[in-house]
Design a protein. Structure first.
Length: 471
């Protein structure tokens, strides 16, 4: 075969109908990667800005942006261009060799953290969030010689085996045998549904007091009172709980938690995979709480959903080459040059933007519009958020009993693309989280306009109205 033929992209037309594709999917695709959660299976053809488009060209306003991986909008020109340019220069390179973008991106992240937290540290890359999480577990084990950690109830850290062991939901572990290093799960300060039935105004952080009581005597199983050593090496936190339902903790929670952890030499590991890169209106969500984490884990939006890249930043004492030598943890694609190039461009874009102002402003506007809708519908129980990480709990009319069925109906109506608003049929993409799967976790594009927020609220109102009629 001639070279020209070998290098040409195949122009043969793909000739599958929509229904044939669904048939093939049912037979040949694993269902284990979450696609089959919703009633309707959508095959999308294209995307732009805040919208996805299906095979009929129907428009779906996306209010979840790939679980907050596409913070900077679909088809972001600047980021796409950076990727395209890199494809033509250094698209592939084994990770044992260096390239400029990796060094520049690490430098930018480490220097930013040094300015923010007054701590020297280094950056280590991987590909997916859970893989980076695993790397952080290795850093913890390597430094402390211990393998047990605390984590929050409702926390989500990924689905590799190590990440599943510290993710609270038993459903994610049930089929996969014994998890000897399963975390000890501690109640998250979820004040709307306090596990201790307290009210925030009067509780004096009762949940934290209960955690602190674990250290009172060795018989509560976590600490040796003779030397004050804890069996648990670290506490994994999502500063704002993501999959758990975009729950914002009380302002003073983390500083008081950190005081307890410091007393027993327990590290605080900050999982920023979903909330990092300005989702909450700050570069890292933990910055809202005035504490310094020991390790930060990040992923998702670093590359706006283009070539995946994740990573950890750790304080120097955990990651300097003398304690964490070459090859301590590694993946073939870890610092892939396409990912680092887009990541670098994302960080530059952030530096040149006014997200610290625009994101809280848009979030406040979004919440105010949702609260107007809430006045009409008691089923919208809690509306809250920070930056552009917003939550809306769907309940019975009593405003408290979780209503998963109604939530699912709204999701399915959104996916049906049949919401009639402003004289046009459209769809709405919503993500559901929360302990009772009744929370809309809203993570729109950072470039969403007020007009699009209004459209989103109208589409949601229409879906809710129709879903209630069906009940
Ligand atoms: C807080 C948090 N940690 C870890 C993960 C896992 O990341 P990944 O799905 O890229 O493995 C996620 C994914 O949703 C997440 O939200």
């Amino acid at each position: 075969m001639r070279l020209k033929q070998l290098t040409r992209i195949s122009k043969r037309k793909k000739s599958f109908t929509h229904d044939q594709l669904l048939e093939l999917e049912a037979k040949y695709c694993s269902w284990g990667d979450t696609v089959h959660y919703a009633e309707k299976l959508n095959i999308f053809k294209s995307s732009a800005g805040s919208y996805l488009y299906d095979h009929q060209g129907r428009e779906y306003l996306d209010l979840q942006m790939w679980y907050s991986a596409v913070n900077f909008g679909y088809g972001n020109q600047r980021l796409n261009e950076a990727l395209k340019k890199q494809i033509d220069t250094l698209p592939q390179l084994a990770c044992q060799y260096l390239h400029e973008e990796k060094i520049q991106l690490s430098t930018k992240l480490a220097q930013r953290n040094q300015r923010t937290f007054e701590e020297k540290g280094r950056v280590h890359f991987n590909v997916g969030g859970a893989s980076a999480l695993e790397d952080s577990l290795k850093l913890v084990r390597n430094y402390s010689g211990r393998s047990l950690v605390f984590a929050f109830m409702g926390g989500y850290h990924g689905r590799t085996l190590g990440a599943s062991a510290i993710t609270s939901s038993f459903r994610y572990r049930e089929r996969f045998g014994h998890f000897g290093d399963r975390a000890m799960f501690v109640p998250y300060p979820y004040c709307f549904r306090c596990l201790y039935d307290k009210k925030r105004d009067f509780c004096d952080l009762y949940c934290l007091k209960q955690f602190e009581r674990l250290f009172e005597t060795e018989y509560y199983s976590v600490v040796n009172k003779k030397n004050n050593k804890c069996e648990f090496a670290a506490f994994y936190v999502e500063p704002v709980q993501g999959t758990g339902g975009y729950i914002v903790p009380p302002q003073e929670y983390y500083s008081e938690l950190k005081n307890i952890l410091d007393r027993y030499g327990i590290l605080l590991i900050d999982d920023e995979i979903q909330m990092g890169f300005f989702r909450t209106g700050k570069f890292w969500a933990i910055e809202h709480f005035n504490i310094t984490p020991d390790i930060i884990v990040f992923g998702k939006a670093l590359t706006n959903g283009l070539n995946p890249l994740s990573g950890v930043w750790a304080k120097e004492k955990f990651i300097s080459p003398d304690v964490f030598p070459p090859g301590s943890t590694h993946a073939t694609f870890s610092s892939n040059s396409l990912g680092t190039t887009v990541g670098l461009e994302v960080v530059k874009l952030i530096e040149e933007s006014d997200f610290a102002i625009s994101i809280p402003k848009k979030g406040r506007y979004f919440i105010s519009q949702l609260k107007k809708l809430q006045k009409k519908y008691p089923q919208i129980a809690d509306v809250d958020g920070i930056g552009l990480a917003l939550r809306m709990e769907i309940c019975e009319k009593d405003g408290y009993t979780p209503n998963k069925e109604l939530t699912d109906r709204i999701v399915n109506l959104g996916l049906s693309g049949s919401l009639n608003v402003r004289g046009k049929r459209r769809g709405l993409i919503l993500d559901v989280g929360g302990y009772y799967k009744n929370v809309f976790t809203i993570a729109p594009s950072f470039y969403i306009t007020e007009e699009e927020i209004d459209l989103g609220v109208e589409l949601f109102g229409e879906a809710l109205k129709r879903a209630l009629k069906k009940s």
